[in-house]
Design a protein around this ligand. Structure first.
Ligand code: A3P
Length: 345
């Protein structure tokens, strides 16, 4: 053990004092916020600025709101959870930095997308109220990710010229993906709500980073008002025509594919390396895990399909969600298709 460190810790450094008072402030704040039981027993969610958060994640969100300074060249990947964040990270990383490494040296081949492109509230601000952002981002321009809703983004992200790429997914696939994800991550001694009970919570917006519709609408409106700043993508559209969506993404990021690149198959190469099938089979994604929280990377690659929900839900669940979609998205211009038919009675 490093005795010098131990004695410093005993005395208490100014940084630790700051951490301590921030811990206390956070604990006090939690007590004032509405609280709900999360989907896994023993876990709670707190409502902050209209959205639900796990207590520790909320702490990082607030640190980020207070301290994050965006620069005009930054790119922020924003998503609700389980809407293809991993995929979008891989695509954006490979597109934006494509001239900084050769195809065979793409860091995606050896590092998981979450390692390469840190999340603000799950990585960058994890236990560090004021991290050194430039050191965290090896490649430039800087790329960050977040699940934070548009209204709660740090002011500097909204006020600067940095760009935001948002991706969402039809809510039924998102819900099913999230339920399985919670199941894969829970320790055996903790119980997960049944699919029906979790669905009821989902419809009430109660899950980490919910409610879904308010999340998508915040970014949808921002993208309508300022299309040069916020690009709004849907998982299903990428599944349907990845080349077209990649070209769109590159154009938005200010790094359009040249004619030579298009003829040389660079777009298809990026689509390929980022595909579900390719990423899922990489050693790092099969057997690796996150250094910061220990999550095995394989949980981010489940089925990677559109319409998997049709194998899991009942017609009454579909009916309820369809009504909700209509009610919440009414007149917004945003649509989601639940096109597959359910196979359950
Ligand atoms: P399923 O659970 O429906 O399979 P996130 O990355 O936001 O956590 O989202 C995870 C979802 O995206 C999972 O959906 C996962 O399988 C899918 N996914 C991960 N990588 C993908 C890729 N390269 N292409 C398409 N889907 C991918």
């Amino acid at each position: 053990m490093d005795t010098a460190t131990t004695s410093k810790a005993e005395i208490g450094s100014p940084i630790q004092d700051v951490d301590k008072s921030w811990d206390d402030e956070h604990q006090q704040l939690l007590q004032t916020l509405p609280e709900e039981q999360e989907w896994v027993s023993g876990s709670s969610l707190h409502l902050y600025q209209g959205f639900w958060y796990l207590p520790l994640v909320l702490k990082h969100v607030i640190s980020c709101q207070r301290h994050f300074q965006a620069s005009d060249s930054d790119v922020i990947i924003a998503t609700p959870p389980k809407c293809g964040t991993t995929w979008l990270k891989a695509l954006t990383f490979s597109t934006l930095y494509r001239n900084q490494f050769t195809r065979d040296e793409n860091p995606l081949l050896t590092f998981n997308p979450h390692r390469l492109l840190p999340s603000l509230e799950y990585g960058v601000y994890l236990n560090k109220p004021c991290p050194d952002l430039d050191n965290i981002c090896v490649y430039k321009p800087r790329l960050f990710a977040t699940h934070v809703p548009y209204a709660s983004l740090p002011t500097s992200i909204k006020d600067s010229d940095c760009k935001i790429v948002y991706m969402c997914r039809n809510p039924m696939d998102m819900f099913i993906s999230f339920w399985h994800f919670r199941d894969m991550l829970r320790v055996e001694s903790k119980e997960l709500l049944s699919l029906h009970k979790a669905f009821d919570k989902f419809c009430h917006g109660i899950y980490a980073h919910g409610p879904f519709f308010e999340h998508v609408l915040g970014y949808w409106k921002a993208s309508q008002e300022n299309p040069n700043k916020v690009l709004f993508l849907k998982y299903e559209d990428l599944k349907e025509d990845i080349s077209c969506q990649l070209m769109h993404l590159a154009m938005f990021l200010g790094v359009p594919f040249t004619e030579d690149e298009k003829k040389g198959g660079v777009v298809e190469e990026i689509a390929n390396i980022c595909s579900f099938e390719k990423l899922k089979e990489l050693e790092v994604n099969k057997n690796g895990s996150s250094q910061s929280n220990g999550i095995p990377y394989k949980v981010f690659f489940r089925k990677g399909k559109v319409g998997d929900w049709s194998n899991c839900v009942t017609p009454s669940m579909v009916e309820r969600l369809e009504k909700l979609i209509q009610e919440k998205l009414n007149n917004s211009g945003l649509t989601f298709k639940l096109s597959c038919k359910t196979s359950k009675p």
